[in-house]
Design a protein around this ligand. Structure first.
Ligand SMILES: *Cc1c(COP(=O)(O)O)cnc(C)c1O
Length: 403
């Protein structure tokens, strides 16, 4: 395998494919990217033991990858920082890769799921379409109504599923209340915490069994890598890993490197983004051209008190939704006049992004459905980036036409 001069590996092609001995570098200050999809063994015994799992080690890229593991463990360290027992992570090819793998690991034909009515669109269609076809039945409920959740769960419920902060109205889930209801019927509480990130809220501290992220958003933080991650107690994460290996939803090593690098500045970025979001929400709330602003920092927000209990001090998330007066046309005109904020999908990056909700993420909903969900036809969602707060506030004010 290794080329040693004079060892008999003298053929041109043999030498060409012989692995050079890497230079002995100790403790590099950047994480190496391990691109290998296969690993060498010194004996048939070692090969057999690692392949069957009786000995720790790497054998094949889809099974485990050191760079992806290092990324997942770093997220687990943040999510589990205050837990009495250690938790572990698994990394995935995308947020949907993480969610689909976790759902398939926790359910079987005949299982019942209780999920929030307001969910990320693809998560909703995964539960309502694909999983339903395989005999997993989901009831969608108003997740802020704990009585409705209590009525919906039953002996076949395997999972209660919600998002820490919902899109676009920034509704906050009562995680301890949901955990209690789920655990009473032996179900797991699974939380998509993408909109919060571990720098705002750590759902496992509040009774959740699995926390899932689209790492594409705040964790990566620079809008240049797609990935997902799940964190849970060791026994549960082993089941999730087994499903990941069968499904092939593994994270590529280069993406793992990018996401890990993003993670290093997560608390700094998110603290700043939350601060700016709070300032923007305060500046636009009460503006004569604005009907309502959604951000949990506002005392008018229905989950203002709950967010104080569940979220880190001063951090209320960095998504702000503005409902301009004047309906759909006013909202479209407001979004089109923005100059500092950019019209684009996604969230959690360094640039402030804006989206007219009714024509983008919620385009499949009628005005009546939007109204029932508390979304005005003109609503514009901001994902706050790292620009100077005053520039963003002035941009929003000029786009509103200064009243
Ligand atoms: C983006 C997103 C997802 C899906 O993540 P991908 O990385 O795009 O697969 C899931 N949940 C929420 C809340 C998201 O914002």
């Amino acid at each position: 395998m290794q080329y040693t001069p004079g060892s008999g590996c003298d053929g041109e092609n043999t030498r060409a494919v012989s692995l050079p001995e890497p230079p002995a570098v100790e403790r590099p200050m950047r994480m190496p990217v391990h691109r290998a999809t296969t690993y060498a063994f010194g004996s048939t015994q070692e090969f057999a033991d690692v392949i069957n799992g009786s000995r720790a080690g790497y054998s094949y890229g889809r099974f485990d990858n050191p760079t992806a593991d290092a990324f997942a463990d770093a997220v687990a360290a943040l999510e589990g920082v205050r837990l009495p027992e250690p938790v572990r992570g698994q990394a995935f090819s995308s947020g949907m890769g993480a969610l689909s793998t976790v759902f398939l690991a926790l359910t079987e034909s005949g299982s019942h799921v209780v999920a929030a009515r307001s969910l990320y669109g693809n998560t909703h269609s995964l539960l309502d379409g694909l999983l339903r076809r395989f005999g997993v039945r989901t009831d969608f409920v108003d997740i802020t109504d704990l009585d409705a959740v209590r009525v919906a769960v039953g002996p076949r419920t395997r999972m209660v599923f919600t998002e820490t902060l919902s899109n676009p109205t920034t509704t906050v889930s009562d995680l301890p209340g949901l955990a209690q209801i789920a655990h009473e019927v032996g179900a797991a509480l699974v939380v998509d915490s993408t909109f919060a990130s571990p720098a705002v809220c750590r759902p496992l501290e509040h009774g959740a069994d699995v926390v899932v992220h689209s790492a594409t958003k705040y964790i990566g933080g620079h809008s240049d890598a797609t990935g997902g991650v799940a964190v849970a107690a060791p026994a549960l994460i082993d089941r999730i890993r087994a499903a990941r290996v069968d499904l092939g939803t593994c994270l590529a090593p280069d993406e793992a490197y990018m996401l890990h690098r993003g993670l290093e500045t997560l608390p700094l970025r998110v603290a700043r983004q939350c601060e700016t979001a709070t300032a923007l929400a305060a500046a636009l709330q009460g503006h004569p051209a604005v009907e309502r602003v959604d951000h949990p920092s506002l005392t008018s927000h229905p989950a203002h008190v709950l967010a104080e209990k569940l979220f880190d001090p001063g951090r209320r998330g960095a998504v702000v939704t503005v409902h301009p007066k004047g309906g759909r046309d006013a909202g479209l005109a407001f979004a089109d006049r923005l100059r500092t904020a950019t019209l684009a999908a996604s969230l959690g990056g360094t640039h402030t992004l804006a989206a007219h909700v009714a024509t983008t993420s919620h385009r499949n909903m009628s005005d009546a459905d939007l109204a029932a969900a508390g979304i005005s036809p003109g609503a514009v969602r901001f994902s706050i980036g790292l620009e100077d707060p005053q520039d963003l506030i002035e941009d929003a004010l000029q786009a509103l036409g200064n009243g």
